[in-house]
Design a protein around this ligand. Structure first.
Ligand code: PEP
Ligand code: MN
Length: 336
């Protein structure tokens, strides 16, 4: 751990930090970095809060964080993504992404796109290549849907986010989308992450169901290190002992990610809850927790959806939810 003192700190300030380190049983090595005093700590475990009451301390940094591109102090004001002209991130209006799990046919895709556009949505979600747990489940309409993405963008006027499941599908999708999703199962597909780092589109990186925030951020660094600065982090639920929900939506990850990283945070309450009736409550809670965007599955006929129908909202439910999400954003002091 590295303690960075405020500019203009005095020898007495340094002594206060060293005394605190001694009290905690840590070995402290003071040094000068330019005009700043710093102290390297080793030999024990503690956290940043052990120094937070000392006003002479500017920041406490984990040494492995110091090299991380996604770390908050690399971009203290927060990164804002530009998704075909729609802005997502700190200081921007709440962004609501909605659409079916899979695009299934021209009628379904264009129909729901028009409905959502009318409701006020600007970014449609919809998968063509589906990473299904079972090889016997619907795998998406794949290449056949590429022209549908073009049609949604050109004729309905929505931006689209869709999932690339490997490097080949990323190459295929890049000319037809406004944002690419890397799904939970691929969060640590390092060759895909590297390819996404060379992609000209913003990337929605979903947290693996068994991944820590540390692992999510190092995965984001693969993309950032390739030169693509446009990455959003998406909490979509993690695996726990819970049997009342498909996953456990880790909403505490939202403020934690904001502290740790400058990247915008998106919450997907649909995969987290896994049951339609619980999606609105979790979406509202996500906005209250500070999510920059929520991404919700909505299907024109959820009962006959080819994937994730059980957690997809009916369009009327979504239309009722949207102004409530905006009201929560305003209540939390944000633009809606
Ligand atoms: C999806 O968004 O439809 C999806 C498959 O998500 P996840 O990767 O979070 O399971
Ligand atoms: Mn889905």
């Amino acid at each position: 751990m590295l303690i960075v003192l405020q500019p203009g700190s005095t020898p007495a300030d340094l002594e206060a930090v060293l005394a605190r380190a001694r009290k905690l049983g840590l070995t402290a090595q003071p040094a000068q970095a330019g005009d700043r005093r710093i102290v390297a700590l080793s030999g024990g475990s503690t956290d940043a809060t052990a120094f937070s009451d000392l006003s002479c301390v500017a920041r406490v940094q984990r040494v492995d964080d110091a090299f991380r591109l996604s770390a908050r102090d690399k971009q203290p004001r927060g990164t804002v993504l530009d998704i075909g002209g729609v802005r997502l991130g700190s200081g921007q209006p709440l962004c609501v992404i909605a659409g079916p799990c899979s695009l299934e046919s021209p009628e379904q895709a264009l129909g729901i796109a028009r409905t959502l556009k009318q409701a006020g949505v600007r970014i449609l979600r919809g998968g063509l290549f589906k990473p299904r747990t079972s090889p016997y489940s619907f795998q998406g309409i794949q290449e056949e849907g590429l022209k549908l993405l073009d049609e949604i963008r050109a004729t309905v006027g929505l931006k689209v986010v869709t999932e690339a499941v490997d490097e080949r599908t990323l190459d295929l999708l890049e000319p037809h989308a406004d944002m690419l999703q890397i799904g939970a199962r691929n969060m640590q597909n390092f060759s895909l992450l590297r390819r996404a780092g060379k992609c000209r589109l913003p990337v929605l990186l979903k947290r693996g169901a068994g991944a820590t925030l540390d692992e999510l951020l190092t995965a984001a660094d693969y993309i950032l290190a390739g030169g693509n600065t446009q990455v959003a982090l998406c909490e979509r639920g993690i695996r726990t002992f819970s049997s009342h929900s498909r996953y456990t939506l880790d909403l505490a990850a939202v403020p934690a990610l904001h502290e740790l990283s400058h990247l915008p945070v998106v919450v997907d309450p649909s995969h987290g809850a896994g049951v339609r009736s619980r999606v609105p409550a979790m979406a509202l809670a996500a906005v209250a927790a500070g999510a920059d965007a929520v991404m919700v599955e909505v299907h024109p006929e959820p009962t006959v959806a080819r994937s994730d129908g059980q957690q997809s909202l009916y369009p009327a439910q979504f239309a009722e939810l949207l102004p409530r999400l905006q009201a929560v954003a305003r209540a939390a002091g944000r633009e809606a």
